[in-house]
Design a protein around this ligand. Structure first.
Ligand SMILES: Cc1cc2nc3c(=O)[nH]c(=O)nc-3n(C[C@H](O)[C@H](O)[C@H](O)COP(=O)(O)OP(=O)(O)OC[C@H]3O[C@@H](n4cnc5c(N)ncnc54)[C@H](O)[C@@H]3O)c2cc1C
Length: 243
């Protein structure tokens, strides 16, 4: 069993913690504030869930992710996505191109003429083709984070709030005692792998080095997945709140 320190409890960190705990890994979440921190991005109850991205890679990731959302919703017993559908139109969205991408990855869609769209939605002024995605909808970001954190906790994860990670330092391997997450409260966690999920908008910890362990990659704080891993040490600032 490995020990993973997940830094940040937004959607990315919470998902990482949930899945790792589910796999039986030892997990410690270090969050500078609280899960779904309003200063981060994963707060609020009304965000867009849509498949239509101009890059097929991202569109197919959404299709894959939908199964995980449904699994989470069912496991937690909480509705997380409301399938109200979505409509893309206007020159900047290029509905025809998006429809081609969705069709190529098997996502249900309907490319409508302006006239068809105007008939279905008489209150909208649509002056070109429009893409209807019935599977899109509104997602509840905060409930999603909460559901994943609670499932991670139920799976044995430790959730520490009010813990700001200020740096990452590598340690030599493979010594059995190498690597330690240390906080100023003197709490230590041996031999963790760091998974940074500090989001695109908040400044985060910096790693000192080590291409060998991959910890330098952990400074990729703006990575879309938010998940980069490496063996080493985490150094945290003083906790202000703990749970
Ligand atoms: C206003 C707004 C609207 C959006 N609308 C949509 C939408 O409609 N559809 C959509 O798909 N996406 C939307 N997004 C984007 C989406 O919300 C983000 O991509 C997603 O929430 C990012 O999640 P995250 O976990 O990577 O980052 P965050 O949610 O930012 O989480 C990062 C966490 O790391 C913690 N942290 C940071 N630094 C440290 C540190 N040093 N030590 C410990 N913890 C730390 C933060 O406190 C925070 O809790 C929107 C974003 C915003 C801001």
């Amino acid at each position: 069993m490995s020990h993973v320190a997940v830094i940040g409890a937004g959607l990315t960190g919470a998902a990482t913690a949930w899945r790792l705990a589910q796999r039986g890994e030892r997990v410690t979440v270090l969050e500078q504030a609280m899960p779904a921190n309003p200063q981060g991005s994963s707060h609020g109850s009304a965000r867009i869930f849509r498949y239509a991205y101009p890059d097929p890679f991202y569109a197919s990731l959404v299709a894959e992710a939908r199964d995980h959302w449904d699994e989470l919703s069912e496991t937690a017993g909480v509705p997380l996505i409301r399938n109200v559908g979505s409509l893309d139109f206007g020159a900047r969205r290029d509905p025809a191109q998006l429809a081609g991408i969705l069709t190529s990855i098997g996502v249900d869609n309907d490319l409508l003429t302006a006239e068809e769209a105007a008939t279905r939605w008489p209150g909208l002024h649509v002056d070109g083709p429009a893409l209807w995605q019935p599977g899109a909808g509104v997602l509840d970001a905060e409930s999603t984070v909460t559901a994943m954190i609670e499932l991670a906790r139920a799976g044995g994860a430790t959730i520490r709030t009010g813990w700001t990670v200020t740096g990452l330092t590598t340690a030599p391997r493979p010594a059995a005692t190498a690597g330690r997450a240390t906080t100023s409260s003197a709490a230590t966690t041996p031999d963790p792998t760091a998974a940074t999920a500090v989001g695109p908008t908040t400044p985060g910890p910096t790693a000192t080095s080590s291409a060998a362990t991959g910890l330098t990659a952990a400074t990729g704080l703006t990575a879309a997945t938010g998940l980069a891993a490496g063996s080493g040490r985490c150094r945290s600032g003083p906790p202000t709140v703990r749970s």
